[in-house]
Design a protein around this ligand. Structure first.
Ligand code: GTP
Ligand code: MG
Length: 201
């Protein structure tokens, strides 16, 4: 598999650009590492990252052209959504989440792209903190909306060996499914994640 090209395509409300057939939305708390993971996946520093939460405040779409086999090229949209759980004003958690993420999925499935398959979701959770309420709320919201979700545990490089198993189990119990651990820093799990992204459905 080879990355041929990556373009940042804007997706402001009313943008006429249609979604690629495969659309992968990255959902997660502010600072969980969404933009860093996109950069690690595309091996370019295109997405802006920051130590301070709330960096990504709009929907950015990274359109990736991939050579998957000798005669197969795919276009995949990686969608960097604003993070939740970061509220300067103190709006309720669930409301803040529904506002940013909900608006995206609703618009995306309602209008011009309604004939496209629904976006698949990577739900990013900081592996060190598998039990946060904001993540549980998000997990429920995504399930209630019938979206296909893969839970991705981020920042795996920060875990001591002894913690890995315990934290991964907690996260699996919380989300009721398999969890893939990744690190944008060490590159752990990136190959497996690409495989999951490229797999049909
Ligand atoms: N150790 C470690 N740090 C990471 C990793 N990925 C991201 N970080 C750090 O976590 C912080 C936040 O990363 P971002 O990628 O900007 O997070 P984000 O989820 O896009 O944040 P928002 O745009 O605010 O929603 C930065 O300081 C990154 O360097 C990782 O795999 N390992
Ligand atoms: Mg970001």
């Amino acid at each position: 598999m080879k990355i041929l090209e990556v373009d940042l395509v804007s997706r402001a409300a009313g943008d006429p650009t249609r979604a690629a057939t495969t659309e992968i939305a990255l959902v997660g708390r502010s600072n969980v590492g969404k933009s860093s993971l996109i950069n690690a996946l595309i091996r370019r520093k295109l997405a802006r990252t920051s130590r301070a939460p709330g960096k990504t405040d709009r929907v950015n779409v990274y359109r990736v052209r991939l050579a998957i086999a000798a005669n197969r090229v795919d276009t995949i949209d990686l969608v960097d959504l604003p993070g939740y759980g970061y509220t300067r004003g103190g709006a309720k958690r669930a409301e803040a989440f529904a506002e940013v993420t909900g608006a995206y999925f609703t618009e995306r499935t309602d209008r011009r792209d309604a004939d496209r398959p629904a976006p698949r979701v990577l739900h990013l959770v900081d592996t060190r903190h598998p039990e946060l309420d904001a993540d549980r709320d998000a997990n429920r919201w995504l399930a209630d909306h019938g979206l296909a979700v893969l839970t991705v545990g981020t920042k795996a490089d920060t875990l001591a060996r002894a913690e890995r198993t315990r934290l991964t189990r907690l996260l699996e119990e919380r989300t009721g499914g398999a969890v893939l651990l990744v690190s944008a820093k060490s590159g752990e799990g990136l190959k497996e994640l690409w495989r999951a992204i490229v797999a049909e459905g």
